[in-house]
Design a protein around this ligand. Sequence first.
Ligand code: SAM
Length: 284
Amino acid sequence: MIAPMDALDLLRRYSLQPSKGLGQNFLVADWVYERILEASGLDREAIVLEIGPGLGTLTRRLAARAGRVVAVELDRRLIPILEEALAGCENVTIIQGDILALDPVALLCERLHIPPDKLAYYVVANLPYYITSHALRHLLSARVRPRQMTLLVQREVAERITAKPGAMSLLAVSVQVFGAPELVCRVPPSAFVPRPKVSSAVLAVPLYPQPLVAEGRLEAFFAVVRAGFGQKRKQLLNSLAVGLGMEKAAVEKALHAAGIDPSRRAQALSIEEWARLTAALERP
Ligand code: SAM
């Protein structure tokens, strides 16, 4: 276990200051690593993509539990530290790069010599908070989606993602159409060095074998959902008419056909209702 002082010592030894801009809050609480690993669903065969290995503390634990770990770190300064920390871990590959600019499937298939149709992988990360939404979008639109994502994220974001109808958001719908997110535990700022200003949470998102909306209809589904949330406080009838550039009468007809009261608001709808509405809007 890396103690808080060890993390700081390590950084000092390499004359490094943690970069705020890269969201470098290093995890130093043992119990949080345990909760992440327990929730991760990994077995000895599992292939793991880790985003932002930092000082390699989570990476080492993942390597002990999984078959292969591919860890992508943006900060070049951390690569020598990672190479030193993970020297004994033969099942770990460290890649310097920006996860948002890389195709995770191509990356894993190339490194592990696996064809995409045979690839099954897990994502585990203490995410830099500033890329959370972008990283989720990136991973959920990958050619092969992960089996599960287990992520340390800002607590408020974990709560938004796990929201129920009544408090839904575009982010919640975007995740819940692919899997069943669960807030595993809350994590206080004291679990990190340096301490972040906000609380965090471990979020587990096991993905469904197939999304709740058929692959070929996801684009239309998201166009409707985005339009619905475009003017959040407005009633669906208005936000959809504006967002989709449709006549109110046509939107109203589709809402009725889908069994949805036109005066409801976007945050009230379930995934099933959005799917029904998409189908109704597609019908002439
Ligand atoms: N995994 C370590 C831990 O738990 O202590 C570090 C987590 S720290 C919150 C986030 C890490 O992600 C940092 O090491 C940072 O340099 C790296 N990072 C930031 N943006 C990144 C990106 N776009 N792609 C890959 N890594 C990134």
